[in-house]
Design a protein around this ligand. Sequence first.
Ligand code: ADP
Ligand code: MG
Length: 262
Amino acid sequence: MRIWAVANQKGGVGKTTTVVTMAGLLAEQGRRVLVVDLDPHGSLTSWFGYDPDNLAHSVFDLFQHGGRVPDGLPAQLIVETGTDNVSLLPASTALATLERKMVGVEGMGLIVSRALAQLWDDFDYVLLDNTPSLGVLMVNALAAAQHLIVPVQTEFLALKGLERMLHTLQMIMRSQKNRLAFTIVPTLYDKRTQASVRSLNELRRTYPEELWRFMIPVDTRFRDASEAGVVPSRLDRDTQGVRAYRRLLQDLNEGTTSWAGK
Ligand code: ADP
Ligand code: MG
């Protein structure tokens, strides 16, 4: 089982879009994929037509048993997405209350990791979608994942805050003794704008090793797909955006992501 977390402390950079698109592409290749919504806003959950305000059961249930995950519980929480081979562990807005409740509970950072251990034989890939805030949910994601994907919008001041966030993430990972490799993925790239071109160049200078060698372009079909409630490749197999994610997936699987190694 391969576990990838998609995270950035900024909202609107393409985290959820990355999770859904890559899940669809992996499913196309016959992989069994689980997407996990660790964002109390529940945009991943909403994408597939579930209402995070009105879900009786969600990832929140995993956190209701102290640091323990009861046998069989994770499997009971999983729902279908309408796309073959893509299953969802949904979020409910109750997740927003977690931060307060979890203070001081032993093992609270390992709940997602323990839940996924129970699903080891059921899925080939797990993609964790994250909230922009760095709390107990993000700590859980970082502890569970083997690889971290950081989408960064190529815009004016794109790097502002990125360095601090990466530093914090690395500190958490070090304290967990989880040596997590990460890949920075430039998103919403528009080659006609100065802001996109400049920020991409800045990323190349600052993170030559960690930066993915290509970019995810602006592609309006992503919004169409989220409105239709389907994975983007199902709406259209071959838009620029879908093609870029297909290449990212291949690079992640083959370990050939690096801009510096190009
Ligand atoms: P996040 O999860 O980081 O908040 P989302 O994936 O929800 O970001 O994307 C934010 C908005 O930008 C959504 O409306 C989404 O449809 C749109 N979007 C994401 N990626 C792209 C892209 N490559 N091209 C055009 N629109 C995009
Ligand atoms: Mg999101």
